[in-house]
Structure formats: C-alpha cells, structure tokens
Design a protein around this ligand. Structure first.
Ligand SMILES: NC(=O)c1ccc[n+]([C@@H]2O[C@H](COP(=O)([O-])OP(=O)(O)OC[C@H]3O[C@@H](n4cnc5c(N)ncnc54)[C@H](OP(=O)(O)O)[C@@H]3O)[C@@H](O)[C@H]2O)c1
Length: 314
C-alpha cells in the first residue's frame, strides 16, 4: 500500500463538490476532467494538501474526475491527503433523499469511492450526517472492519453535535479526528451560540452549544464548509460587511477571500476552512490563508462579526 502518512495537512482544505460537471447521472466529460485538473493544480499551487470529497458529490462524478486527475499525475496521490464522506443517499425516483449509516452501506460506499478515486486507501472518512436509525454499535463494527482491512486510515464526522460525537465515540475502537460543520461570516451561529447563552435569542440559534469546546478538548479538528459564503462578501458587493472585508484586505495586502478565512482561523478552536470554488483564480486568492498566520486584531475580528450580524452584541 502506498504511504501517504507523511503529508503535512494544510490549514485550508480544498472542497471538491464543484468538480465533475452537472448534478445528474450523465457521464462526466473530457471538459469536466480538464476543469478538475485546473482546480487541483490551483489548489496545489496555493499550498493546499487536503482534498475533501463525498460519495454523493455530482452523483459520484466529483470523485470520478478526481480519480482521472490522480491517474494522469504520477506521484500526486502520495503528496495529498484524501478525505471523503458517506452516509447520505440522494433521492432516487419516488424515494426522497435519506441518511444511511448501516454497516454494510458504509462498507459498500467506501469500496465504491475507492474505485472512483482510483486509490487503495482513503486517508480520512467522514460520516456525512447522523442517521438516527442506526445505532453506534453497528457503525463501530463497520469502521473497525474498514480500518482493519487497511481501506481507511482515520475517521471523522460531519454536521454532528458534541453530544452525538460523544455518544458515538463511546462505542468506537478508532479515534474521530474531524467534525465538518457549516461555518462562515454569513453562517455565524457557531459563534453566536456561545454569547447568546442566557438571552431569549439563544433559542433561535440552531447550533448545538458546546460542540466547538467538545471537539477542541478531544483533539477533533473542526472543519468549516461554506467558508467563503459562496462569494457573498468577496464579490465586490456593497453591503457594509463586504465593504469592510474589502477594506481590511487592502490594509493587510491580501485578498477578501483571505480575510474571510482568517476570520474563521483566528478563533482558538483552530478551525480549518474548506473552500469550494472551482475557479482557479478564486482558489489562488485563498493562498495567504494557507501560508500566513491570521493577521486580524481582536478589534478587527469583532468588527467583522458585528458588522455582518448587523446588530450590537448582547
Ligand atoms: N459536510 C457537509 O455537509 C458539506 C456541505 C456542503 C459542502 N461541503 C464541502 O465544503 C466545500 C465548500 O463548501 P461550499 O462550496 O458550500 O462553500 P464556498 O466555498 O463558500 O462556496 C463555493 C460555491 O460558491 C460559488 N461562488 C460564487 N461566487 C463565489 C466567490 N466569489 N467566491 C467563492 N465561491 C463563489 C462557487 O462557484 P464557482 O465554483 O463558480 O466559484 C461554489 O459553487 C464543498 O466543496 C464540500 O467539499 C460539505
């Protein structure tokens, strides 16, 4: 088995959800592979070493085009950390989408991902969402089997609260190393929930208070999906928050994208943003968030938060 354990994880992850063409079951095209190649090259140029997938992205086509890129680029697999997810089943015909962490489903999805990605091992497998119908004992068996067979090196979760992770961990023989959550200057409930305690607004914050603290205390990396807020503050828009982001970027001699990622990275939980743009120039605009320490003062960090929330803190 090839060894990928020496790769140093970058502070920013590249999210591959945008690769692979249309969200349908049509086959991927040569253009889709070329676009994936350009995005991967830009991510590597920016210093990114961790690539985030899921079995469902573009109905498997994100993994498939990535597998093509790996096959065409000798030595690339050994230079990167490959993360993927399983546990969501897309809608099919009349059946709505659902969650499925049953043991045989996890194992089958991983085998399919390995085939599409054209690799013999997944470095990190995340359980995409909690499946309320599958108990932790069954999940534990599947993860132990995948680990024992050498098909998956490490495991993590996504969209889970601290309490859900604690419940799962109590049954696992393998550690959990990551929890991926939606977090950005737009989706701020991860930070709001911590200061709204003891206020009526606390009930409106959907974020399970204590999740960041639980992850930090237990060595579980917090990864932020949606970290660029789909361009809301970095597209040259005219909202007060977008103007502040642009202004700070000019003052720090960096890009608006970097300011958005620094805002997440500056938090003591040492959040690892996942960026999802497929455009090489936007990927390269995130370079300083990979290489420079977040250069936001205490006051600048709060200024961004309060401007984006549009109201003073409680
Ligand atoms: N765990 C989960 O449940 C979960 C859920 C969703 C995503 N993810 C992961 O997280 C990654 C990032 O999530 P995301 O794609 O929602 O986050 P994002 O990086 O905030 O947004 C990227 C998306 O916004 C579009 N966009 C439009 N204008 C943009 C601009 N100026 N700058 C950047 N993007 C702009 C991009 O299109 P272009 O490609 O045209 O730039 C792309 O579709 C995904 O790739 C995936 O790996 C995980």
């Amino acid at each position: 088995m090839a060894s990928h354990t020496d790769v140093r994880p970058s502070r920013v992850l590249y999210g591959c959800m945008g690769l692979g063409g249309a969200w349908d079951t049509s086959p991927h095209t040569a253009e889709d592979i070329a676009a994936a190649e350009a995005a991967v090259e830009a991510a590597l140029d920016a210093g990114i070493t961790v690539f985030d997938h899921a079995d469902i992205y573009r109905h498997g086509k994100a993994e498939a085009v990535f597998g093509e890129v790996l096959a065409r680029t000798p030595g690339l697999r050994e230079r990167i950390i490959l993360q993927t997810k399983c546990g969501i089943r897309l809608a099919e015909g009349e059946r709505p989408g659902l969650y499925d962490l049953r043991g045989p489903s996890i194992v089958r999805r991983v085998e399919e991902s390995l085939t599409r990605l054209r690799t013999d091992v997944i470095d990190v497998l995340l359980l995409h969402r909690p499946d309320p119908l599958t108990g932790p004992e069954e999940i534990a068996k599947a993860l132990a089997s995948l680990h024992g067979q050498g098909l998956v090196r490490r495991f993590g979760v996504s969209n889970m609260s601290g309490a859900q992770i604690a419940h799962l961990r109590a049954h696992l023989d393998v550690p959990l190393v990551a929890n991926q959550l939606e977090m950005s200057l737009e989706r701020r409930d991860w930070v709001e929930s911590g200061v709204l305690v003891n206020t009526p607004a606390a009930a409106d914050s959907g974020f399970p208070h204590g999740t960041l603290e639980y992850c930090t205390a237990n060595g579980i990396q917090v990864q932020a999906w949606g970290s660029l807020a789909r361009g809301r503050y970095s597209d040259g828009g005219d909202s007060p928050a977008a103007r502040l982001v642009t202004d700070l970027a000019a003052r720090k001699q960096t890009t608006p994208e970097t300011i958005l990622l620094w805002w997440l990275q500056r938090h003591p939980a040492r959040i690892a943003p996942v960026i999802g743009t497929s455009r090489p120039e936007r990927i390269l605009a995130c370079r300083d968030a990979v290489h420079r320490e977040p250069e936001l003062t205490h006051e600048e960090w709060y200024d961004l938060w309060i401007t984006a929330r549009g109201a003073p803190l409680p």
